[in-house]
Design a protein around this ligand. Sequence first.
Ligand SMILES: NC(=O)c1ccc[n+]([C@@H]2O[C@H](COP(=O)([O-])OP(=O)(O)OC[C@H]3O[C@@H](n4cnc5c(N)ncnc54)[C@H](OP(=O)(O)O)[C@@H]3O)[C@@H](O)[C@H]2O)c1
Length: 327
Amino acid sequence: MWCSSPDTDPLIAARMRGGSGAVAGTHTVRHKRSNRDGVHPDCMAEQTILVTGSTDGIGKATARALARQGHHVLLHGRDRGKGRTVLEELEEATGSDRLALFIADLSVQEQVRGLAEEIGEAYDHLDVLINNAGVYMPERKTAPGGIEMTFATNYVAQFLLTHDLIPYLSASGRARIVNVASIAHRSVRSVDWENLPEFDDYDAYGAYAVSKLGVIAFTGGLARMLEGTSMTANCLHPGVIDTKLLRAYTSGAGAAPPERGAEVEVHLATSPDVSMVNGKYFEATRWTHPSPLALDPVVRERFWEMGLDLTGIEGWSVKSRRQEMTV
Ligand SMILES: NC(=O)c1ccc[n+]([C@@H]2O[C@H](COP(=O)([O-])OP(=O)(O)OC[C@H]3O[C@@H](n4cnc5c(N)ncnc54)[C@H](OP(=O)(O)O)[C@@H]3O)[C@@H](O)[C@H]2O)c1
C-alpha cells in the first residue's frame, strides 16, 4: 500500500479550464492527501497520476480506469479541442471531479518543458507518470531541430519530460514512472547510430522499433539511477491493441480493445504487486526479458547520451523540489 507523509499535504489548486499556457485544468482541483477527518491516509489509494497521450486509444482508456478508481488524473493531449471533449466525456463516464487537462505537443521540446512547468505550478507532487503518448509515422516527418518525428515523440520527449518531472515525483511519498514501449523493439537487430536522430534513411516500422528500444534502454538506466530513492521506473508492451496508431501500421483486425492495453498500464501504475519492482519490462502484466540489445550497457549509454545531447540536459538530479528548496 502506498502511503504519504501527512506533513507534505498542503492544498493544491490546479489551473482553471482554459487557462493560459500549456495547461487547461478542468476547474479548481483541491488535492489533499489526507481525508476529511484529518486521518493519515494509510489505506487511501488516491494518487496524482499524469497519463500522457490520454486523448485517444490506450491512454484514454487508462485515464478512464484510473478516474474510476478515484485517482486525480492529469489528462494530456496535443489538441485543446479534442482534449476538452475527452475531458468532458471522462467526467461524464466516471463521475469524477478530479480530472485536469494539460495541452502540449510533445514533439516540440519547449512545449514538453512547458508541460512539466505547468504541472509543477499546479501540483506540489506527482505520484505516477505514465509516459504513454506515442506515434507511428508511415511517412517521414521531422520535429523542430530536425529530429525525426517518431523518435522525437516516442523517445526524446519521454526522456525530457521525465527529467523535468523528477522533482515532483521525488516529492511524492512513493512514485512510479511507467514508460510505454513496444514488443516491436525485438525486431531491431542492431542500431544504425549514424542514421539517428534524423532517420534520413527512413523505414516507418524501423524508426518506431528503434524509438521503443530507446524507451526500454532509457528505463533501464533510469531505474538504476533511482535505486535507493522513493521512485521506480518500469516499462511495458501493452499488447496488440486496436487504436489509430496500430491502424496507421496495419489493420486492427484481431487486435484487443484499448481497455486491455489499459489494464497493463493501470497494473504498473497502481498495483501493490509491483510497488517495489524497478527496472523491469512487462508484456501484458507479466515481467519478462526485453531483447538482449535493450539490456546492452553500450546501447543504454548511447541512448542516454543521445537524450542528453538532443535536449541540452546537463545532468540528472533525483533530489525533490522540496529538498532543493530547504537545502
Ligand atoms: N496500439 C498498439 O497495438 C500498441 C502496441 C505497442 C505499443 N503501443 C504504444 O502505446 C501507446 C499508446 O498508443 P495507442 O495505440 O493508444 O495510440 P493512439 O490511439 O494513437 O494514442 C496516442 C496518444 O498519443 C498522443 N500523441 C501522439 N503524438 C503526440 C504529440 N506529438 N504530442 C502530444 N500527444 C501526442 C495522441 O494524441 P491525439 O489524440 O492528438 O492523436 C494520443 O492521445 C504508444 O506509446 C504506442 O507506441 C501501442
